[in-house]
Design a protein around this ligand. Structure first.
Ligand code: HEM
Length: 413
């Protein structure tokens, strides 16, 4: 593919085979300066001015570190500008700047108290074991539906205090919100797609608002209770803030971890030597394996920022209001930081991957939990079903999530 033939705004680009996509980013990284693209069309707004694609590690790190210059408040999860209410409704703090971002993050971080986290960390081990019990009982099946989607969904819902009979509806609606351009989840008719998206948000908002009313009366040991009762500084979330935070949490926590787990099985199938290496010393190599899986798969492909002022970064001049898109997927393959980046190497050291975002104000709130979920699930899977392999993936057509919709798996049982 020639440089001129690469269009990150074209839906078809994101349907390319993964090696072709990676090769296109290699070409873009070799350019002297960040490439500039026209914006994709969207049903929600007029076509905007275009964006610089930050494909190199150094650019993504610097932009993440300077949140006052590279802001999120004009939209981090979408390249086109969407109405502010829309961004906040679906993205909560991920689409906000300080001081509002800092306030929400503070309240939420306090609610993740060490006691609550410890309780759910123990749950992760138990849930991972029961997911593998079910897999062994079911036999070869769709790995996404039967394994990868189950653990993160159950953990987030349990943390929030969502009853088990609502898990499926949470999954269906979070799939719609993160469906990208995939016709399996979202209508190709733009008007219809807007109705579906808003409906999915509303269903999740209604669920958590109902729960919040109950918990305000009778608090329990869950996150919703902690968020609706005032903390030590008398701070608490409003009902609208809680609804949006819940939407962010289910979307950010479910789809990403599920994607990483599905890629993990694909990678251990493609690179059996790495599976053998891991199994030879699981305790010492599991942590590194998880970092490498997140680097290689980069479940969140990008986040956007907007310049609040003129700024020069790594030789490129940017103007106030310019849009830049931070391609974690490409930064995690930058040969200046990761030698031989297409090699999947669980012993890679150092491995400063930035799949959870680069250090900065918006660094993933769930990184600790996600790493734990991945470690527990891999330990259960690889030790109890050692010959588990993946077939051909059915990938999500999305520029935002490197998703896998369906993944046949096989094992002798
Ligand atoms: C492998 C799994 C995951 C990946 C790859 C991932 C990736 C990311 C990325 C790239 C960001 C944006 C960073 C930025 O804009 O600078 C982010 C933010 C966030 N993530 Fe995650 N995430 C994962 C799992 C989770 C989980 C399990 C949760 C919740 C329990 C979660 C909750 C959040 C929240 C709330 C934010 C917004 C933080 C803020 O704006 O201050 N994530 N994540």
């Amino acid at each position: 593919m020639t440089i001129a033939g690469i269009d990150l705004s074209a839906t078809e680009f994101w349907g390319l085979p993964l090696p072709d996509r990676a090769a296109a980013f290699t070409r873009l990284r070799a350019q002297q300066q960040p490439p500039f693209f026209a914006e994709p069309e969207t049903p929600f707004s007029e076509q905007g001015p275009g964006y610089y694609a930050l494909v190199r590690y150094a650019d993504v790190v610097e932009a993440s570190r300077h949140a006052d210059v590279f802001c999120s408040g004009k939209g981090a999860t979408n390249i086109p500008d969407l109405p502010a209410e829309f961004n906040e409704y679906f993205g909560s703090m991920i689409n906000m700047d300080d001081p509002r971002h800092a306030r929400l993050r503070r309240i939420v971080s306090r609610a993740f108290s060490p006691r609550l986290i410890a309780k759910f960390e123990e749950d992760v081990r138990r849930v991972a074991a029961s997911v593998v019990d079910d897999l062994l009982a079911t036999g070869p099946c769709d790995f996404v539906a039967n394994v990868a989607a189950k653990l993160p969904l159950k953990i987030i819902c349990d943390m929030m205090g969502i009853p088990a009979d609502q898990f499926d509806m949470v999954l269906v609606n979070s799939n719609i919100i993160l469906s990208g351009a995939d016709p399996e989840f979202l209508s190709e008719d733009m008007d219809q797609a807007v109705v579906q998206l808003l409906g999915a948000g509303q269903a999740l908002a209604d669920l958590v608002t109902g729960l919040a009313t109950e918990r305000a009366q009778a608090p329990r040991e869950d996150l919703v209770s902690a968020l609706v009762t005032a903390n030590i500084d008398g701070e608490q979330l409003t009902s609208a803030e809680l609804a949006s935070f819940f939407i962010l949490l289910v979307v950010a926590g479910n789809e990403t971890t599920r994607t990483a787990l599905s890629h993990a099985l694909m990678l251990f199938t493609e690179f059996p030597d790495q599976r053998a290496l891991l199994l030879a010393d699981l305790e010492n190599r599991l942590e590194g394996a998880v970092e490498e899986i997140v680097r290689y798969s980069s479940p969140v492909v990008f986040m956007r920022r907007t310049l609040t002022q003129d700024y020069t970064m790594n030789g490129q001049d940017y103007r106030q209001d310019d849009k830049v898109v931070l391609y974690y997927y490409s930064a995690n393959r930058d040969e200046a930081v990761f030698p031989d980046p297409e090699r999947f190497d669980i012993t890679r050291s150092p491995n400063p991957q930035i799949g959870f975002g680069a250090p900065g104000r918006h660094f993933c709130l769930g990184a600790h939990l996600a790493r734990r979920e991945l470690r527990m699930m891999l330990r259960e899977l690889l030790t109890r079903v050692p010959d588990l392999t993946a077939g051909e993936p059915d990938r999500l057509l999305s520029s935002f999530v490197n998703g896998i919709k369906h993944l046949p798996c096989d094992f002798s049982g």
